[in-house]
Ligand binder design. Sequence first.
Ligand code: PNS
Length: 159
Amino acid sequence: MKQNGLALYPGSFDPFTLGHQDILERACRLFDHVEVTIAHNSQKRGFFDTDQRAALAEACTSHLDNVSIVVFEGLLVDHAKRQGAIALVRGLRQVSDFDYEFRMAFANRRLAAEVETVFLMTSEEHALISASIVREIHRFGGDISSFVPAPVLAAMQAR
Ligand code: PNS
């Protein structure tokens, strides 16, 4: 029988949204262990720094017992091979995500054919959530409570 092994769920998670939580919960049902892999990009200043994003992801995933949170910098597939991951999980919300996701999946496959990209569909209620939209609504004082888990809401309101 095949082992379901370790999957990485990579992204910027700036911030971690209810859409991310939805995909992560689905991945946790499919794989033995899922690592939320937070990409650190030293060229880009985010809303939260990567340590804050990691702490928030930790707070939002305490109900899941097969999740870990890791911050990394560099090529994702190199990190995946080091960790012994068999899959990269990416969420799909709508057709417009396909172009970017397909290009990234093909590039990652060319670099490391043994690491499979697995796409999971988000639930309909989260199909329009993106971290950039959450940041934009928050910037203009809008209500983001239906887009993010409680720890993220509190952290964003505190800023
Ligand atoms: O949440 P995002 O911003 O869509 O996630 C994109 C992310 C972080 C998964 C992607 O940019 C990435 O893997 N970055 C690490 C560098 C890398 O491996 N790039 C090649 C992917 S084609």
